[in-house]
Ligand binder design. Structure first.
Ligand SMILES: Nc1nc2c(ncn2[C@@H]2O[C@H](COP(=O)(O)OP(=O)(O)OP(=O)(O)O)[C@@H](O)[C@H]2O)c(=O)[nH]1
Ligand SMILES: [Mg+2]
Length: 196
């Protein structure tokens, strides 16, 4: 697959704001600040398309990106931010639950975890959620440029174990900064779209 075109299709809080269901969707989940928006920009080859920021919790909406007028990448709001109120966390849960349970064209999710750290309790919970909906099987380890080769191998194993990944599940190390892991990720998306 070659990504030729990408554009923001919708920004949503409520299901009424979702775009129509005529395109397959692949959603990206992960802790706030893990690098979801950066990954989307790398993947779609558009520097400022998804907003990246230094302040965690920036993406508070569900952002839908149309790719090649053919499928969608969906940027979910991050979890695990420390400085927000209880009601913000409840809203987050409702938003995610609404989306996951009401989206027939959602074919897969990508769980992002920071390669430097073991998955958090919330990462594990999110992945369980995906498993429940049958959308698990692809994990991306972000910020791969921040660890040595030896650490990378070791940490990928820790992540595999913590999330309970099976032999057929994929974990792809990626660096949005160095643009590594791009080809492998595209290939994984290709396979998902073919089978999904
Ligand atoms: N070194 C390095 N930094 C990265 C990488 N990816 C993202 N970052 C940095 O991590 C920070 C958070 O990145 P975002 O892409 O905004 O993270 P996010 O998951 O979208 O965050 P929220 O929208 O708050 O949920 C930014 O300062 C990025 O520049 C990477 O591959 N390598
Ligand atoms: Mg973001």
């Amino acid at each position: 697959m070659i990504i030729k075109e990408a554009e923001l299709a919708a920004v949503a809080v409520n299901p009424e704001q979702y775009p129509d269901t005529n395109k397959k969707e692949i959603a990206i989940a992960g802790r706030s600040n893990v690098g979801k928006s950066s990954l989307i920009n790398m993947l779609l080859n558009r520097k400022g398309l998804a907003r990246v920021s230094g302040s965690p919790g920036k993406t508070r909406t569900i952002n839908f990106y149309d790719v090649n007028k053919d499928f969608r990448i969906v940027d979910l709001p991050g979890y695990g931010f420390a400085k927000v109120s209880r009601s913000t966390i409840d809203n987050w849960g409702k938003m995610i639950d609404n989306y996951l349970s009401n989206r027939p064209n959602l074919v897969k999710m990508i769980q992002l975890v920071d390669v430097r750290h073991p998955p958090t309790a919330q990462d594990i919970q999110m992945y369980e959620w995906m498993r429940y909906y049958g959308l698990d099987g692809l994990v991306v380890a972000t910020k791969a440029d921040k660890v040595s080769k030896a650490e990378l191998a070791r940490n990928l194993n820790v992540i595999r174990m913590a999330l309970g990944l099976g032999e057929r599940d994929k974990i792809i190390p990626v660096s949005a900064l160095k643009r590594t892991g791009y080809e492998e990720l595209l290939k994984a998306l290709d396979e998902i779209l073919k089978e999904g």
